[in-house]
Design a protein around this ligand. Sequence first.
Ligand SMILES: [Zn+2]
Length: 321
Amino acid sequence: MHVHIVGTGSSGTGCWMRVKGWHWPLAAFMTRHVGLSRKAFSQNFDQVYVENLMRLVRESSLDKVVILAQDLVHDPDGTPRKDLGSFYVPNDYVLQLAKEHTEFLPAVSIHPARADALDELERCLEAGAVMMKCLPNCHNIDCNDPRYEKFWTRMAEAGLPLLAHTGGEHTVPVINAAYADPRVLTLPLKCGVTVIAAHCATKSGIFDREYFHAFVEMTRQFPNLYGDTSAFNVPFRGRHIGKCVQPPLSDRLLHGSDFPVPVYGHWAWMRRFISWSELRRCQRSGNVLERDYQLKRAMGFAEAHLTRVNSLLRRRGVVVQ
Ligand SMILES: [Zn+2]
């Protein structure tokens, strides 16, 4: 899970993307890294991106991937801020993609400050959402705001898990850096929501604060807290892999991708989490989804790490009170 859909809005998908400054070479690099040609931006990008992703899933060891919508940044009073944020992916687009393609499971994205947040949640539940994704530090969400209690309670009742970004972030603009702290997720946890802290609150850039240990502490306090290993194959996030593969922490972690974020096993090899021959074998795969999977196995994550998410996703037909 944790596979991003991005789009330019070609063919009326409703997506948009705003790439500025040094993010241009990064975006071009990521596009090539996932197997798209440089021409993708001048073609029907949204369709090309989805077709390429489906091919990668089919040619990998994965059966399905959870694809993510991306809501707009909102002010705490609920005002949408189209001037902030770097990309937008409507809920209807991921819900539609999941209806059309069996490779995809839909994770919607709803800023809880939205005036229509509860209505949108009901609509997405009805349409088959399996998860809700947000980035508190980039969306500007103080999840502990008591005004959101009703929203989290409804998610808990419906069995809809929350995938929340934690730790530093450098591919999407940060609006409130303090919300990188996993303790921002305390209220949804107390309301009974199954929460998955994306990246286990690890640092992304060299100057980011490290919240991994705060996350580990919270897993002892909250049995409904999990962490995903998305983007663990970038320079800093994988620093704690040695601890992550050991129980009891390993029982609370699950495989996340963060596609289209680059996947290089060199960082894990440099920290001696994998051998040179394992690095060579994994790097030979040009399919980034498969390479990430193979690297996680080589690092020592058990097979259960890859399937654990199945027990957390919302199922249709869950009893609603
Ligand atoms: Zn992500």
